[in-house]
Design a protein around this ligand. Structure first.
Ligand code: SF4
Length: 732
């Protein structure tokens, strides 16, 4: 199938999901995000960070010592009169579970929610062997009777509204009185499931954690169904991944403190159940007078050992499956787990899991939904660098593409392009710095040509650039050229010296923004230079071209090292570039180079904030007329928020006399190239509308946004052209 056709089909699928599942997904995700933010506020940022560091350390240690802990766990489980089976893959696991059921002549199995059992498709295997399988988690029950797959790590029926669930229950169960309210639905499900649980022979659960020291399973639920299926049946089969093993009972506590908060915004889940071996209660009476309780722990490998040996995928195994990275992901809020796809796992960390347990084909499709907005990183209780995992998987997917696809843009020929094939769309966006250079050199002809119908049609069919998006207009005189040409007004004895980094967009397109930055810094006593510097590698990295990005990072380091050593600061206009210096370069440069760059680079308004804090004269900047309209509404770039730098801009604006309202949408949905891509255009606009709604509600004439992407997106969805904050406060 041609790329053009594939894109059209994907766009159509997204459109359907936006029409059918988006409202429920967005409402559920927003609800859980609000609760998580509240629960974490209550916990306090220091305690949150302390707990995150603790659980991260425990997981790092547990995965490092995994073979030893598994041996210890086996001894503990056997000492508790249970049995432990480690399954190499899904087939071995389902065979074992089926044999346990056959050995006790089971006819029916009741299950509590477990994504690992979804991964091995145990229901299908049991049903093929004539067993009745009943899901007892309410969401799983909904999915089971609907014949669907879960769309979220902890909320299988996340994509369904109450009305849809009521319709489904009324159709499937045909109750005497139609069910409507949540209470009616829950009460019906409780009675229905109680009968199945009572009649079942085998109870299956997953496990949130397994303790090597004691052989204890820790089950964290809100419905209490897990303990019920264990207590009410004589044979308990617990299925979970080998990565769930923790060393000691004491090590479980910080996880329990975090998982309720990040999963559902509760200080603790309602049921935290600890089970060590067969439960002590007397066996459930059966026809067999010798009936006894048994316990089988089935640990699934299914690719996890290889993930452990893979330095980039390894940290996926630290995941405690709280689902926070699903909820916080803007694209997930748009199309939900069914949009992302994946054989079992979806959204956020789903790419890492799918790449590890099902392979790149399953991971590749959903991977493109990751825009690198990075909002999942602070949401993750185990500090997993999810954006980097997604980048690595994208890089691996690229390497597997057609190696014969033709190379283009000789000047932009990159190591990734030379080493293998990639789709043209990724090459196009990964080479933006080259395009920008050519665009400025040939402007205004380049701008005219890009606007013609022929060029737009070619861009859409060949490179997947959506024809409805306005393209950047390149400036003939770049920021660097302007700076070289102008008479500099270096302060006599500058407070600081700074290099303003001319990222490709500021240098070639948003030149006025760059000029405003220069004027502001100079007015605050900074000696500024704007040298021609290599691109940061942001564009290729966003397309999964890691080799190219690493080369760019190395080149940039070489170009700025003398300035850094001379004590000059590196000031960055574009937050996504700063995110490269502060986060991504950790993977691309040696530790000392990364430290030097990240310690000495600053977001532009953060830098202004620092200057004002250190006594610079704020009257040099432009505030509002105190007798006029002082309002401003500000949308901070997603990566800027992840770096904790939104507050600096707000503080500077407030210091100058503006009354500032901020948006709280996680990401505007533009995300660099994402919103330009034909298949994602409508999803991107859908997310942009959420920002527009909040901006309109603020009812201010001053609309501000800090990222290039955000400015472009807001410009598309609002009847107001936003400005970067620096353009508001810069001296004229
Ligand atoms: S990656 Fe982190 S945030 Fe996402 S589900 Fe796993 S633990 Fe939760």
């Amino acid at each position: 199938m041609s790329s053009d056709r594939r894109r059209a089909e994907k766009a159509a699928r997204i459109r359907t999901l936006l029409d059918t599942e988006s409202d429920s997904v967005a409402a559920n995700a927003t609800h859980l995000n609000d609760r998580r933010y509240e629960a974490l506020d209550e916990l306090g940022p220091e305690r949150y960070e302390e707990l995150r560091s603790t659980v991260r350390e425990i997981k790092e240690d547990a995965i490092e010592r995994l073979p030893t802990l598994l041996d210890q766990l086996r001894a503990s489980v056997e000492a508790n009169d249970g049995e432990l089976f480690v399954a190499a893959d899904a087939a071995e696991a389902t065979e074992y579970v089926t044999s346990v059921c056959a050995a006790v002549d089971a006819e029916s199995v009741v299950k509590s929610k477990s994504m690992t059992t979804e991964e091995i498709e145990v229901n299908a295997a049991l049903e093929a062997n004539g067993l009745d399988v009943h899901e007892t988690d309410l969401g799983e029950l909904v999915i089971q009777i609907a014949g669907e797959t879960p769309s979220h790590l902890i909320g299988p029926g996340f994509h369904k509204s109450r009305a849809e669930i009521a319709r489904l229950f009324n159709e499937v169960f045909d109750p005497e009185e139609p069910l409507e309210t949540p209470e009616e639905l829950t009460a019906f499900a409780r009675d229905y499931l109680a009968e199945r649980i009572e009649a079942a022979d085998v109870g299956m659960t997953g496990a949130n954690f397994v303790v090597a020291e004691t052989g204890t399973l820790v089950l964290v639920t809100n419905e209490g169904n897990a303990r019920k299926v264990v207590e009410s049946t004589n044979h308990h089969v617990a299925v979970t991944g080998i990565e769930k093993v923790l060393p000691t009972l004491a090590s479980v506590r910080p996880f329990v403190e975090l998982i309720g908060r990040t999963a559902t915004g509760q200080s603790a889940a309602i049921y935290n159940t600890l089970i060590s071996g067969p439960v002590d209660s007397p066996p459930v009476p059966t026809e067999d007078s010798d009936a006894e309780r048994t316990f089988h722990l089935v640990l699934i490998d299914n690719g996890r050992s290889e993930m452990r040996d893979d330095p980039d995928l390894r940290e996926t195994l630290y995941c405690i499956r709280c689902g926070a990275c699903n909820n916080v992901c803007a694209n997930f809020q748009g199309v939900g787990g069914h949009g992302f796809g994946g054989e079992t796992y979806t959204g956020g960390i789903g790419t890492g899991w799918e790449a590890g347990v099902h392979g790149l084909d399953s991971a590749g499709e959903m991977n493109d939904y990751c825009t690198g907005c990075s909002r999942c990183e602070p949401a993750c209780p185990v500090k997993i660098d999810i954006p980097w995992i997604n980048t690595v998987v994208r890089d691996r997917v690229n390497a597997g593409d057609d190696p014969d696809a033709f190379d283009f843009l000789v000047d932009g020929l990159t190591p990734d392009v030379q080493s293998g094939g990639m789709d043209l769309q990724k090459r196009f966006f990964g080479n933006f710095p080259t395009l920008a250079k050519v665009g400025s050199l040939t402007a205004p002809a380049s701008n005219w040509l890009a606007g013609t119908d022929t060029a737009r049609a070619l861009l859409e069919s060949s490179f997947g650039v959506d024809g409805r998006r306005e393209l950047p207009r390149f400036r003939r005189e770049t920021l660097v050229k302007w700076f070289d040409r102008r008479a500099t007004t270096d302060p006599q004895s500058p407070e600081r010296e700074a290099v303003l980094y001319p990222d490709p967009y500021t240098n070639h397109v948003a030149v006025e923004r760059g000029k405003a930055a220069v004027r502001t810094l100079e007015a605050l006593g900074v000696a500024v230079t704007v040298p021609s510097l290599p691109p940061s590698g942001r564009a290729p990295l966003s397309q999964g071209m890691i080799t190219t990005a690493r080369q760019r990072a190395t080149d940039l380091w070489g170009a700025v090292v003398d300035d850094l050593r001379a004590g000059r600061d590196l000031v960055v206009v574009e937050p996504s570039t700063l995110a490269m210096f502060h986060r991504d370069y950790e993977h691309l440069l040696s530790a000392d180079r990364f430290d030097s760059l990240s310690d000495n680079s600053y977001e532009l308004v953060e830098y202004v904030f620092g200057l004002l804090e250190n006594g610079a004269d704020s009257t040099a900047l432009v505030g509002p007329d105190p007798d006029g309209d002082t309002t401003a509404v500000y949308h901070s770039h997603c990566q800027q928020r992840t770096l904790g730098l939104e507050a600096h801009t707000v503080a500077v604006l407030e210091d100058l006399g503006y009354d500032v309202t901020t948006t709280d949408v996680e990401c505007c949905g533009m995300a660099g190239s994402f919103g330009y891509k034909r298949e994602y255009y409508e999803l991107s606009i859908h997310l942009g509308e959420q920002v527009a709604w909040q901006l309109r509600a603020a009812n201010s004439q001053r609309v501000l946004a800090s990222g290039t992407s955000c400015v472009d997106q807001i410009d598309s969805v609002l009847d107001a052209t936003p400005r970067h904050p620096i353009e508001l406060i810069a001296p004229r």
